[in-house]
Ligand binder design. Structure first.
Ligand code: MLT
Ligand code: ZN
Length: 474
């Protein structure tokens, strides 16, 4: 069991990072003690801002020896409270923002080595400068850091083509709980030397080791990109359209998002400069992106022909293909503004779930009925990454509804939704991770043998339980 750090330990930790490398006044550390959704309020005696893996190693060696808990934090954009310390005031926060160098790029090997504290947007920009693509893309990319993306196995909007963060990694530099460093920054496409150790740390949310740098996979830069906003009559029709586009364009379908009419209305109402550019209203909207490294691929013609034939078959109600980068960006703003629009609208109950794409219509239909019954004060705003089967099944507080009574329905709706997801062969945590929010669900719903393996791994790598206690495993 971790314990409160003694003043002597705090002084030694400060010495490791030197002046400018730590924060301890309440005003300075306050922003790091609460999460993005303001679900949790933690406390901490000290925030450390290491600059190198060897500083992290020295910090962990001391914390492990003295049994002091350490909570790693990246851009602090977790939806599950994964980077927030508990309220005991005994846990040290390790903020990675000063480890923000892109160490190297090997454009011909399509690889980059970046430190944990580089923002996702920074990684994307560095790749672009080398005429390469780093494809992970998500709403909080300007703030979220690559170390957090790795630690939560982040997803986003390009997963149907490029996979999740786990699929975009060659190797990791990781500091273990006792301060030993795994210097695994290889850039190899083939490497069968024993167990795939790096994979353990991806999605472990800092509970098994601290990721300090990563060797990332890069791709050819897209040079022909076409983006469209498409009104469709139903979720099933959206899936039909996805299959048509994949049959016609294969891997060139790089984005396929869905949102209901109500989500579009909320976004237009709450986010400045957002408008629905379609002339005809539709119950559901798809944001589709096709892209190819070949500038002359003719994706605009391909998409136009597909949309025309889909409209002729009743699959599409209305569609607009962006005729400029600005128009494409405006379409993405309409999709990516939904989470912020919901926050501005009032309280919401969130479920980050996934099922095989073919089960999405049933999930939405049955989930909506459950929500209507169990949360009469709410309205369902279910949207997300249709192309990979990940739905953000969110329920927003209706205008004028009592927030406390609305929030009191959270547990009962969650149980019913997660039971439904299980029945449909899905996951109760698709891309936002476990953190503290979903740890009780993992303990309850994970397969017993799998859970036992997870606990054995945790015990082997962090016997004193100092790494991000209370997250993932209870
Ligand atoms: C999104 O795709 O917009 C995000 O993952 C956030 C969410 O709405 O829950
Ligand atoms: Zn998402």
């Amino acid at each position: 069991m971790p314990r409160a750090p003694e003043p002597k330990t705090l002084a030694e930790l400060k010495e490791i990072v030197g002046s400018g490398g730590w924060l301890d006044t309440p005003a300075d550390i306050a922003p790091l003690l609460t999460d993005h959704r303001r679900l949790y309020q933690g406390a901490s005696p000290l925030v450390l801002l290491p600059r190198s893996a060897s500083e992290v190693a020295a910090i962990l060696a001391i914390c492990n020896a003295r049994e002091v808990a350490v909570v790693p934090q990246g851009g602090n954009t977790s939806y599950c409270g994964a980077a927030t310390p508990d309220a005991s005031g005994t846990q040290i926060v390790l903020a990675m923002r000063r480890m923000n160098r892109v160490r190297s790029i090997d454009a011909a090997n399509y690889s980059m080595i970046a430190e944990a504290g580089v923002t996702l947007a920074g990684v994307q920009a560095a790749a672009r400068e080398a005429s390469r693509l780093f494809p992970l893309s998500l709403g909080s990319e300007g703030t979220a850091q690559i170390g957090g993306n790795l630690s939560t196995n982040a997803g986003g909007t390009a997963v149907l083509r490029f996979g999740m963060m786990r699929d975009l990694v060659f190797g990791l530099e990781v500091v273990l709980a006792d301060g030993r460093v795994i210097p695994g920054l290889t850039s190899l496409r083939k490497d069968n030397t024993g167990y795939d150790i790096k994979s353990l740390f991806i999605g472990a949310e800092g509970t098994l080791g601290i990721i300090t740098a990563a060797s990332l996979k890069l791709f050819a830069l897209p040079r022909d990109v076409v983006t469209a906003l498409i009104g469709v009559p139903s979720v099933q029709r959206a899936l039909d359209l996805l299959v048509r586009l994949r049959d016609a364009a294969g891997d060139q379908v790089t984005g396929f998002e869905i949102m209901p009419q109500r989500a579009v209305e909320l976004c237009v109402e709450h986010i400045e400069g957002v408008a629905n550019p379609l002339t005809q209203q539709a119950p559901w909207y798809v944001l589709a992106e096709l892209s190819s490294p070949n500038a002359g691929q003719g994706l605009n013609d391909l998409l136009t022909a597909q949309l025309e034939s889909a409209a002729g078959d009743g699959v599409v109600i209305d569609a607009l293909i962006a005729n400029s980068i600005a128009q494409a960006q405006a379409m993405w703003k309409l999709r990516e503004g939904i989470a912020a629009a919901q926050t501005r609208h009032g309280q919401s109950l969130k479920h980050d779930i996934s099922v095989p794409t073919t089960a999405l219509p049933a999930l939405i239909e049955r989930g909506t009925k459950l929500a209507e019954k169990l949360v009469p004060d709410g309205e369902v705003i279910s949207y997300g990454h249709l192309g990979d089967g990940n739905l953000h099944f969110n329920v927003s507080q209706r205008r004028g509804a009592d927030a406390k009574a609305f929030l009191a329905r959270k547990a009962v709706l969650e149980e019913a939704m997660f039971d439904l997801v299980g029945e449909l062969g899905g996951s109760f945590s698709a891309e936002h991770g476990i953190g503290q929010l979903r740890a009780p669900q993992l303990a309850k719903r994970a397969n017993a043998a799998e859970l036992a393996v997870m606990h054995s791994i945790k015990k082997a790598l962090d016997p004193n339980g100092i790494l991000n206690p209370g997250k993932v495993l209870l």
